[in-house]
Design a protein around this ligand. Structure first.
Ligand SMILES: C[S@@+](CC[C@H](N)C(=O)[O-])C[C@H]1O[C@@H](n2cnc3c(N)ncnc32)[C@H](O)[C@@H]1O
Length: 219
């Protein structure tokens, strides 16, 4: 079995990508566990996680490492957040999620993983969690809502200067009367005061609905 390091905490094993499982022998979303040389990896499914899809499609700016503090907006049941937690195993992953149903599952995951913290809240209401979260190195936002740009702009108060944000835009949640390209351009124009755009990654063939954008907060 050939294991190649792609980024801190991210590996390619044969044709799959994977992270090192920080909760040994436990699966989060029925992913494959792969053992090699005494290390247990969790296969990272690009059809279930847009971050995995972006990595496989050539993401260059990967700014999460073992000590990173991540504010994760739209954590759902923790599929991607669990891999982020594997990578940032000595950091913190603050998981904001609006749906109580998703939160119930996410809470079980956070009980098992000491660096994941659940926050049941609308990501528009930053006053609810700003003091608990403090300043972060990275924001990851995957929220299918009309006000996606507004949400990341508000939350950027918790992002350090020159910190990175991974922003996933779903055009259909914003305006179905316009082409996805028009919607993406308009959303990015709303971020230009706070952020510079570093990368735009198409997620085909894993996902056809979203654009994955890498941002850096202006100094
Ligand atoms: C596409 S799913 C996220 C999938 C997840 N990022 C993953 O890869 O595992 C979007 C999530 O955003 C949540 N959401 C939608 N609006 C929200 C808001 N205003 N604040 C917080 N979460 C929100 C939804 O409940 C849903 O769980």
């Amino acid at each position: 079995m050939r294991v190649e390091k792609l980024f801190d905490g991210v590996y390619r094993i044969d044709r799959k990508i994977a992270t090192i499982n920080s909760d040994p022998n436990v699966k989060v979303y029925n992913e494959e566990l792969i053992k090699n040389d005494g290390i247990e990896y969790r296969s990272w499914n690009p059809y279930r996680s847009k971050l995995a899809a972006a990595i496989l499609n050539g993401l260059k700016t990967f700014s999460i490492n073992e000590k990173t503090n991540v504010l994760y907006l739209g954590a759902a049941t923790g599929t991607t957040a669990s891999h982020v937690s594997d990578i940032a195993h000595n950091g913190n992953v603050f998981c904001v999620e609006l749906s109580e149903r998703n939160m119930r599952e996410l809470m079980h995951l956070c009980e098992r993983r000491k660096n994941m913290f659940p926050i049941l809240c609308d990501a528009n209401n930053i006053d609810f969690y700003i003091n608990d979260v403090g300043m972060c190195d990275v924001i990851y936002q995957d929220i299918s809502a009309k006000e996606q740009a507004l949400i990341i702009n508000k939350n950027s108060r918790m992002l350090k200067k020159n910190g990175y944000a991974y922003f996933i835009i779903k055009s259909q949640s914003i305006d179905i009367s316009k082409s996805p390209k028009e919607v993406f351009e308009h959303e990015l124009s709303l971020l230009s005061d706070e952020f510079e755009v570093l990368e735009k990654i198409d997620l085909e063939p894993y996902d056809s609905m979203h654009l994955f954008v890498v941002l850096r907060k202006k100094a």
